[in-house]
Design a protein around this ligand. Structure first.
Ligand SMILES: *Cc1c(COP(=O)(O)O)cnc(C)c1O
Length: 232
């Protein structure tokens, strides 16, 4: 199956964007929150060019990608024609990709260790560009998952800010797939409040309304906008 053969038609993607935005607004109202306080990050990983063009046509400008190299291919040229894009790295980052990540992304959501904080600070200085960062917390303490353990989050936040001079805006988490997400979202909010952080990136296609109820400021939605992803 080629990627283009399974991409949804542009009209369908536009309808899905409208529907997701309406559900975000409704979830905000139900939670007594201002819809303007929740940002939709469209997760564009693995999507073919026609799907990207379709969603850009709806006015969506904030995108999440989980691999640096794939994102470079998808966004480097489009960035030149759409200077208002905001690109957010939501996948694990290796220290040797720090400079590429700093060049492309506006926000790096996956800071999870001090070594990476150091690499990002060095890359930012070298490239003259300083993306904002979120600290990814492994709220479920899953061994296979990226993210700092909850107990170590406070000290990583302090080190990122004070030792490495990074701009830490907030926190990000991906709850365990087989568990109720709500306690994880609440834990992330508690950690953010305790550290005076305002940005909470949490909630995906299956649980973004729950995340909004728990205080998400950024929801990362892929499948609900684009349909099922192709698995390479
Ligand atoms: C792929 C991905 C998403 C989007 O997931 P959907 O279930 O397709 O909405 C969100 N966050 C991260 C970190 C991802 O890797």
């Amino acid at each position: 199956m080629t990627p283009s053969s399974s991409a949804l038609p542009p009209s369908s993607i536009a309808e899905r964007v409208t529907a997701v935005r309406a559900r975000i607004d409704a979830a905000c109202r139900a939670a007594g929150r201002d819809p303007g306080d929740v940002t939709l990050t469209a997760v564009s990983k693995t999507q073919p060019p026609e799907a990207i063009d379709a969603i850009l046509g709806t006015g969506q400008r904030i995108f999440g990608e989980n691999r640096v190299q794939e994102a470079q291919g998808r966004w480097t040229e489009r960035r030149a024609t759409s200077p208002d894009l905001e690109l957010r790295l939501i996948g694990p980052l290796q220290t040797n990709k720090g400079e590429d990540a700093v060049d492309l992304f506006d926000v790096i959501e996956t800071l999870d260790r001090e070594k990476l904080a150091r690499a990002l600070a060095q890359a930012a200085e070298k490239r003259g560009r300083s993306p904002r960062v979120l600290v990814q917390v492994n709220t479920g303490a899953e061994p296979q998952k990226a993210g700092v353990l909850p107990d170590a989050a406070d000290s990583l936040i302090v080190a990122a800010r004070e030792t490495y001079g990074l701009t830490v805006d907030g926190l990000m988490c991906i709850p365990p797939a087989d568990q109720d997400a709500e306690p994880h979202f609440k834990m992330l909010r508690h950690l953010a409040d305790r550290n005076g952080l305002s940005v909470l990136s949490m909630g995906m296609s299956g649980d973004y309304e729950t995340a909004i109820r728990c205080g998400a400021t950024h929801v990362r939605v892929g499948t609900a906008l684009f349909g099922e992803r192709n698995r390479p």
